[in-house]
Design a protein around this ligand. Structure first.
Ligand SMILES: [Zn+2]
Length: 278
């Protein structure tokens, strides 16, 4: 009897996980562009036949060590987690480039340029968080995105996505990527879910592809710092981030214009010739 119950419970759990997965995918597809792209003369470029390339950006490096607490140094932990994300993505057939492979300094603009030059499908910057001084003690994971890109970046987005000139562009793809990574990484790690937040960090403000910055946990929290030092926890963090990226790429490959919100070009005021009667 106990064995039968065991099997029943396991089956229910398996179906529950499947339903949750399908629901997540449905949520991704539900966030669609609000203007019909065809009506604006937009034919989204197809990435068919090309293996997607993802740029992983381990924060800080060289003389910029980032923050440090509880024997953790941000630049080292970020690089180690990034290597694990890279390995998982490559195992899944995704091409990966890192902005830095070792302990070297790289300016923020250069990190964005790596993704732009490679025409990456996604950009993920990895950091670790701190709360100090007058901040309330904090723990957990949060993911940042921005919908407002620099002017030069908007130009690149137009060029890469075949968007006609003068058509307004709002880029919500980073938000989509942030939401799916945040959801999966928190469920994989059990960390406090601090949500997704919009902020114009340079590395995501200047990247033309969907881009996010993941704060993988608070080094200043003794309990979270102890977890962040463990190999198995770093593996779970990396698995959550990699699975989030893959879910995003999958949804994006089916609908390349997903998340790019277009608005009609501003019309010129009607000339007097047109308004005046015969
Ligand atoms: Zn940082």
């Amino acid at each position: 009897m106990k064995a039968v119950l065991n099997i029943l419970v396991r089956t229910l759990l398996a179906y529950g996980a499947l339903a949750a997965g399908l629901y997540s995918l449905w949520l991704i597809f539900a966030r669609l562009s609000t203007v019909d792209p065809k009506a604006l003369g937009w034919a989204p470029s197809s990435s068919e036949g090309r293996a997607p390339l993802v740029v992983i950006d381990p924060g800080h490096g060289g003389h910029d060590r980032g923050a440090a607490a509880h024997d953790l140094v941000e630049k080292q932990a970020a690089l180690d987690i990034a290597r694990r994300v890279k390995a998982r993505l490559e195992n899944a057939g995704v091409q990966v480039r890192m902005t830095r492979e070792d302990d070297k300094f790289l300016a923020l603009e250069e990190r964005a340029r790596v993704a732009n030059d490679l025409q990456a499908a996604a950009f993920v910057s990895l950091h670790l968080n701190t709360s100090a001084g007058n901040d309330a003690p904090a723990d957990g994971i949060e993911t940042f995105f921005t919908c407002s890109k620099s002017l030069g970046t908007v130009k690149l987005i137009r060029a890469q996505s075949n968007i006609p000139p003068n058509v307004g562009v709002r880029d919500n793809r980073g938000r989509n990527l942030a939401e799916v990574i945040q959801r999966i990484v928190c469920s994989r790690t059990g960390a406090e879910n601090r949500g997704v937040k919009e902020r114009d960090y340079t590395v995501i403000h200047r990247t033309a592809c969907p881009s996010v910055l993941v704060e993988c946990g608070f080094m200043t929290d003794a309990v979270e710092a102890a977890r962040l030092k463990r190999d198995d926890y770093r593996d779970r963090l990396a698995a959550g981030i990699a699975d989030g990226v893959r879910a995003f790429l999958c949804a994006q490959s089916l609908k390349p214009d997903r998340g790019l919100e277009l608005s009609p070009p501003k019309t010129q005021p009607a000339s007097m010739d047109l308004v005046a009667g015969p």
